[in-house]
Design a protein around this ligand. Structure first.
Ligand code: HEM
Length: 382
């Protein structure tokens, strides 16, 4: 039996933990939702109507028992709350994570970006920059950076490493959060920690948000740097925004979203037994014929209308990414600091783990400061 058909006992799990993108692409050729065996039956869809159905059905499609429960960094907080508790919790978190509120950290973030030397490796730089900027927004930069890096590192490793519980490390992080909570007493609105006030479960929400935030944002940043270096004509204020969206379309760090059917369900002619995994795939959807020339990098497409429920880098519906505006802010500030870019050499191929990331390295050159304006001007000429 081939790996695509699944092994008798393990089903598609070996292929899923090895080359999941290949597995998905092969099955998606039929254009229809398809079943995989991932320890339990899993149905994968990627058309807009499917996305709308999965993301709009919080009552029958549950998050608590989905993939995130296997990853200790993501197993908690709002990510694992289901209806009816999910909605009020999102309301409580909405303001500090909203676009308007976050703007108050912009100046602080701009000064915290460490501009790299002329030639730099974008994946590593994005990793450390995202870590520093998250630390600034969440904790005014006061969280022990070494501990923060160590805490988040397992998420970037291949499966099953991210699934391994690390109780001692978790306790250190909880102690650090308790220390900072004490430090922020009487300092309202200084950072996300103090902006969340006396919210019950605040430390847990922040710890889980960090897990959801770091690799997604740093991978998106690294890939956007790479694309801007290859296509410098997009390295303008508007162009960077469009290039970021197009990068997220081709390389969505959240490549697969998961839910569990709380009861038997039907979708068209499809019968979905209770307990099945129900998956939606931004990766497959963004690369499907829903988009014109789906595999080409064409940021200008985002000036026009985009297919409804066909663009899901941040998910959709009530569970849309809580950190979407924060990710945009961090990426915007980081790109602004870099100025003109030229690609040197690298391997941007996507590798799927907890998040989708570039294989790397991604070596990039910053245009010399003196020549930058001239070079940018030249590169913007059609
Ligand atoms: C480019 C960066 C990011 C990408 C691509 C991304 C992607 C996503 C996606 C696809 C979902 C929906 C998952 C689902 O439907 O199951 C999601 C949810 C979530 N994201 Fe992000 N994310 C990013 C950055 C962030 C940041 C910076 C934070 C932290 C502040 C964050 C926190 C969350 C949380 C808490 C949820 C769960 C929301 C809920 O269930 O109500 N993300 N993210």
């Amino acid at each position: 039996m081939s790996a695509l058909e699944g092994y008798p006992l393990l089903g598609h799990l070996p292929a899923w933990t090895g080359e999941p993108l290949e597995l998905l692409e092969r099955h998606a050729e039929s254009g229809q939702p398809f079943w995989l065996r991932l320890g339990r039956p899993a149905i994968v869809g990627f058309h807009p109507e499917w996305n709308r159905w999965v993301l709009g059905n919080l009552e029958a499609l549950r998050s608590r028992t989905s993939f995130s429960r296997w990853i200790p960094h993501l197993n908690g907080g709002v990510i694992t709350l289901d209806a009816p508790q999910h909605r009020p919790r999102r309301k409580e978190l909405a303001e500090p994570f909203g676009a308007t509120w976050l703007q108050r950290w912009r100046a602080r973030l701009s000064t915290a970006v460490r501009v790299p030397p002329g030639r730099f490796e974008a994946l590593r730089w994005s990793d450390t920059t995202t870590l520093e900027l998250l630390n600034q927004v969440f904790f005014s930069g006061d969280f022990d950076p070494e501990l923060l890096g160590r805490y988040l590192a397992p998420l970037r490793r291949p499966f099953p490493v991210p699934m391994v519980p690390r109780p001692a490390l978790l306790r250190s992080v909880q102690r650090e959060l308790a220390r900072l909570t004490e430090l922020r007493r009487g300092q309202p609105g200084r950072d996300l920690l103090s902006s969340l006030g006396g919210l019950e479960g605040r430390s847990e929400e922040l710890r889980i948000a960090l897990g959801a935030a770091h690799d997604t944002t740093s991978h998106a940043l690294a890939w956007t740097i790479w694309h801007l270096a290859l296509h410098p004509e997009w390295n303008t204020e508007e162009g960077r925004r469009l290039a970021f969206r197009e990068t997220l379309r081709l390389y969505p760090p959240g490549w697969m979203g998961s839910r569990v059917a709380a009861r038997p369900l039907t979708f068209g002619a499809l019968q979905i037994p209770r307990g099945s995994l129900v998956l939606y795939s931004p990766y497959l959807c963004h690369r499907s014929q829903v988009w014109e020339s789906p595999l080409s990098f064409l940021p200008g497409r985002f000036r026009g209308r985009i297919p409804a429920w066909g663009y899901l880098p941040f998910g959709g519906g009530e569970r849309t990414c809580l950190g979407m505006h924060l990710a945009e802010l961090i990426v915007g500030v980081a790109l602004e600091a870099l100025g003109g870019l030229r690609a040197s050499w690298g391997n941007p191929s996507p590798v799927a783990g907890v998040t989708l990331g570039p294989k790397g390295p991604l070596w990039v050159e910053r245009a010399a400061m003196a020549g930058r304006a001239r070079w940018q001007q030249a590169s913007q000429t059609p």
